[in-house]
Every structure is written in C-alpha cells, then in structure tokens.
Write a protein that binds this ligand. Sequence first.
Ligand code: G3I
Length: 345
Amino acid sequence: SGNIASLKEVFKKDFGIGTAMNTPQIEERDPKVNAFIKEQFNMVTPENIMKAEELHPQWDVYNFTLADKLVEYGKKNNIRINAHALIWHSQLPAFARRIQDVDSFKTFFKNHITTVATRYEGKVFSWDVVNEALNEDGTMRKSIFLSKLGDDFVTEAFRLAQAATPTAELYYNDYNNEQPKKRAGCLALVKKVKDAGVRIDGVGIQGHWHAGKVPFKEIEESLLQYAALGLKVMFTELDIEVLPRNFSGADISQRMKEDPSLNPYANGLPDSVQQQLASDYEQLFKLFLKHKDKITRVTFWGVHDGQSWLNGWPVRGRTNYPLLFDRQLQPKPAFYSVVGLKQAK
Ligand code: G3I
C-alpha cells in the first residue's frame, strides 16, 4: 500500500483525518491493518471500548486495559485520540440500567464521568461528552438520563467533564443533527450549556449517510450555524452506505439465505453504485474543503468495508461498502475522487 496517496498527508493543511478502531485493531491482531492505519490516518476514535458498558461493567469495577492500550498506541504512533463517549443511553452497563433511585443514579453519573475523564486527562485530545441525546424532532430523547436527572443532564455532564479533564476538548455528538429540526434542537442544547457558563468546544455531526441521498444542503447550513456559535465542527463517524435499511423482523438472517435480493451486493458492487459512491464522497469533500476553516476533522467510521458496522446493522450478515477502502485495503474509486480534489489544482 506504500504507493497510494495518504489521506492524512493529502488533507494535512485542511483538517484531520480519522478512523474508528475496534478491538481487533487495538489489539494489533493484523499488522498489515495497523501499518495501514498509520499511513492513512492521524486521529482515532475507539469504536466501542471507551463506552460505559466496556469501561465500567459494575458499580465499583472499571476495565481500562484496552483503553490504556489505545492511548499508548496513539502516543507511540503520533495519532490523536478522540475519545467516545462518556454519556450515551446505548451500551450502558446492565447495573446502571437497573438503578432505581435518583440519588444512586446521580452518583453513578458523577463517578463514571469523573473516574474515566480523570484517568485520561492529558492523554486524549477530546471527549464526546454526550452522545445522541436528541430525538429527530429536536426534543430530548427519552432515556434513563432524562428520566432520572432531567434535561439539565447534558449541562451537568459537561460541567463534570470539564472539572475532570480541563485540557481535553469537549463535544456534543449526534446523527442527523444536520437535519433542520434536530439541528435546531442541537443548537438550543449547545446554547443552554454555554449559557450555564459551562465549556463546550464543538459539535460532532456523525455523518451516517446513504449513497445518492447525502443531504449536502443541510450539511452546509448546519456547519455554518454551528460554527456561528463559536463551535468547532467535525464529522465524526462518516460512512455512506449502499444498502437499504427498511428491514423488519428478526428472521431476516434466515430469509437472506433464501432470498439473495435481501443482500444484493454479496458478490460485488455494480459499477453504477460504485460511481454513485465516488461522486457522493467527492461532493462531500468538496464541501468540506470549501469550509475547511470551520472543520477540524473528518473521521471515518472504520478502516475498510469489511470491518464496518454496516455489514451487521440493522441485520447481520449483509455486504456493505460504505468506506473508501475495500476488503483488501485497496482504494476504491471514492478514494481517488476525494484525493483528486486536491491534486486537480
Ligand atoms: O463485544 C461483544 C462480544 O463480546 C460479543 O461476542 C459480540 C456478539 O454479539 O458482540 C460484541 O459487542 C458488539 C460490539 O459492537 C463490539 O463489536 C455489539 O454486539 C454490537 O452491538 C456493537 O455495535 C456497535 C454499536 O455502536 C453499538 O450500538 C458498533 O460496533 C459501533 O460501530 C456503533 O457505533 C455507534 C457510535 O458509537 C454512535 N453513533 C452510531 C454508531 C453506529 O451505530
């Protein structure tokens, strides 16, 4: 892979280029993949291992092994760690989901943020302090955090994080927060934190989009509006999937074996879809470059297609193609269209 361009080098003067790393990569099980990560990316987000479920399995038990390893990996390879995520309704440990009384829940909330953020103070570049607290209509999502702590929990989370890790940048992160209603909710949420005198440094737009349906106009409006609040804007979990999500029923995996149309690209991506993906990524990066003064990083949600969460969601066992590198770590047409934006001039 030494003879292909390096994304981090190509966009060096523009914004950081990140990837999510999952357990096998943090454990360096495949040296080829780890060498590739070093070549292509200068920032990393742990895909799962810094979530509460992984770090904090029981009231008094923390498991920092993999997170510490990732921090070491970053230090050794000069890669920034964008830690993810302190407070999220999903992937919460079972013990926390079962807490009944408000005071105990408050204690869990405070202990979790303080213990984790303190441990990595000075060691990670940033934290997604709160992840996905909003509904599509911009109201607060129903969650154990909302029901136990009320809608000030977001501000409280940032307050606690700020105290525990004064040098880390602190972000709010969500998906679809480029869409007008959710964006309005997100802007209001951020203002609320700021008005309380609590520091919030940026907003992450996750960027889980669909080929042929990337909302360019809303993305541009959003990054301008978030930036106008004095926030750093970043694209934190970028992928563009090619499969439909309109599945229902738990039996889909079985049906998929009998009906190949449910996994239409199992044997490869047709040229037309490949080109659509390339054109979507090209337009997207064109937009990023146009506003590069407002965008601090673009992080892909995975290194290569074979390892993307989108092969397993909403049902397991499909074959998706959402990233710039294929299952053999070869650059796809989308990679060349993105890199070509810089080489053209
Ligand atoms: O670790 C267990 C393993 O022990 C077990 O054998 C295996 C079998 O099910 O599951 C493993 O856990 C899985 C975990 O990923 C680690 O690979 C979970 O089942 C699986 O649900 C989990 O999925 C992650 C998902 O968040 C959870 O909600 C995806 O990898 C991860 O990409 C995804 O990331 C989220 C962001 O954090 C927030 N934004 C949306 C994004 C996509 O959903």
